[in-house]
Design a protein. Structure first.
Length: 161
């Protein structure tokens, strides 16, 4: 069986605020933008006749790694407050970026809740080599958690002497 995870769709409270965040912080562009009336089949949310707007954003690839933003238009009911922390059932998005500090600056300019400012860290990769990063951790306007990592260098795994 061959499957590809193409997109993750996130429910958003304010489409325009979310679009600004994803475009300015992550550098994504709009690939698709369309209103939908739900059929009541397929999506395990809402009911038949609910009106929504779906915007799909992409980075460099228009097949994988895309993010959909879905906002309820009708009925217009107040959504719950954004979560205050990451917990069970919530995704963590890991982004490979080329300028973590620039992402941080753009996020701060938009009033983003920052969990960790740009900092250096390293970890052992799957091949055993050590990857060194600058990372920044933050939440989008709806409380989805993002870890943005800029690869600085890779050093060979230490030999067991």
């Amino acid at each position: 069986m061959t499957n590809i995870v193409k997109r993750t769709t996130l429910f958003v409270r304010d489409m325009e605020a979310s679009l600004a965040w994803y475009q300015q912080v992550l550098g994504m562009s709009v690939w698709f933008d369309k209103p939908f009336t739900l059929s009541g089949v397929g999506l395990a949310a809402g009911k038949a006749g609910d009106k929504t707007r779906l915007v799909i954003l992409k980075c460099e690839d228009d097949v994988v790694g895309m993010i959909g933003l879905l906002q309820w238009l009708e009925p217009d009911e107040p959504p719950p407050a954004p979560p205050a922390a990451v917990t069970y059932g919530m995704p963590t998005f890991v982004v490979a970026g080329d300028d973590a500090a620039a992402c941080h600056r753009a996020a701060v300019a938009l009033g983003t809740r920052v969990h960790a400012e740009p900092h250096e860290w390293s970890t052992e990769g799957a091949d055993g080599n050590i990857k060194h990063f600058i990372g920044v951790s933050l939440f989008d306007p709806d409380g989805h958690f993002f870890e943005i990592n800029q690869l600085l260098k890779v050093t060979e795994k230490p030999s067991d002497a």
